[in-house]
Design a protein around this ligand. Structure first.
Ligand SMILES: [Zn+2]
Length: 266
C-alpha cells in the first residue's frame, strides 16, 4: 500500500492526468490523493488554529467518499478508524488478505469482516495485523491460560498446603503445561499427587483413585514408564465417576496401550 500524507501533492507520473488534476483544482478548490486501491480520494479542507491563534487550513481524507467496492469487499467507516494520517491511508473498504502464519507457515486469510472488527470495533492501530492463523492464535491463548492456571495452582498450594484439591490442581497444571511446552517440574507434580492421596485417605475411593492418574501422567512424562503404568492401572482399576474421570480413564488407557508415550492434547 502506498503511504502518503494527505497534505502532500498527488504525484502522478502521467502528465495528462496531472493536467486534468490541475484543471479540476482550478475549477474547484478541492484536492485528491491517488491510491492504488481506493482510487482518487477527495480531500476536504479542515480549518484549525495554530499556536499563535491564527486560522490555518489543512486537508484531510474525505470521510464521505465511497469508492466502488470490488467483489468481496466490505465498506469501511473511516470515522471509526484509529490511524496516523501521516503514515496511513484510511481503509475505505476491506478485502480478504492472504497471509502466511508466522508460527506454522500455513497460509490463512485475514478476512475482510475480521479486519473491520479489528480496526473499527476494537480500534486497533493500523500497524496491527494478523500474523498467526486462527488455530495458532487459539493455541497461544490456551498456552497463556495454562500459564495462568499454573500460577494460580502454585499460589493456592502455598496458601493451603493441606488442601487436597489444591495439590491435585497443581499436579494437573504442571502435567498439562509440560505436555504443551515440555517444561516444568514433574517431580513436584508427582509429590503433589501423593500428598493429595495422603490428605484424601478417608475419602471415597474414586476421589483417591484420581490422584493415581496425575501421578501416573507425570511419571510417564518424566520417562518413568514402569512406575507410570502401575499408577495408571491403579486409576482404571475402579469405574470412573463423572464425565471428567471418564475422559481421564480414556487418556490413561491410551497411555497404557501402544507406546506409553506422552500424548499432547492438541
Ligand atoms: Zn498457524
Amino acid at each position: 500500500m502506498r503511504r502518503r500524507s494527505p497534505n502532500s501533492k498527488p504525484r502522478d507520473g502521467k502528465r495528462r492526468a496531472r493536467r486534468a488534476d490541475q484543471a479540476a483544482s482550478a475549477a474547484h478548490p478541492s484536492r485528491t490523493v491517488h491510491h492504488p486501491q481506493f482510487g482518487e480520494i477527495p480531500l476536504v479542507s479542515v480549518k484549525y488554529l495554530d499556536l499563535a491563534g491564527r486560522e490555518r487550513e489543512t486537508f484531510d481524507y474525505d470521510p464521505s467518499y465511497q469508492p466502488s467496492l470490488p467483489k468481496g469487499a466490505i465498506r469501511g467507516d473511516i470515522n471509526k478508524q484509529h490511524f496516523c494520517r501521516m503514515c496511513h491511508v484510511p481503509r475505505y473498504f476491506y478485502m480478504d488478505i492472504p497471509i502466511t502464519c508466522v508460527q506454522c507457515n500455513r497460509p490463512f486469510v485475514f478476512r475482510a469482516v475480521e479486519q473491520k472488527l479489528w480496526y473499527e470495533t476494537f480500534k486497533f492501530h493500523f500497524n496491527a495485523r494478523a500474523t498467526r492463523c486462527l488455530q495458532c492464535r487459539r493455541q497461544r491463548r490456551s498456552e497463556e491460560a495454562l500459564v495462568r492456571q499454573l500460577g494460580d495452582a502454585k499460589a493456592a498450594v502455598r496458601a493451603h498446603p493441606d488442601d487436597a484439591s489444591a495439590q491435585l490442581t497443581l499436579a494437573e497444571a504442571i502435567a498439562r503445561y509440560f505436555q504443551r511446552r515440555k517444561q516444568g517440574n514433574l517431580q513436584e507434580a508427582v509429590a503433589a499427587s501423593r500428598k493429595a492421596r495422603r490428605l484424601l485417605r478417608n475419602h471415597v475411593a474414586h476421589e483417591v483413585r484420581e490422584t493415581f492418574f496425575w501421578e501416573g501422567l507425570a511419571l510417564n512424562l518424566a520417562g518413568h514408564f514402569a512406575t507410570a503404568q502401575d499408577a495408571l492401572r491403579e486409576f482404571i482399576s475402579g469405574a470412573p465417576v463423572g464425565r471428567r474421570q471418564v475422559l481421564l480413564a480414556k487418556e490413561a488407557r491410551a497411555l497404557l496401550g501402544g507406546s506409553v508415550s506422552s500424548r499432547g492434547d492438541s
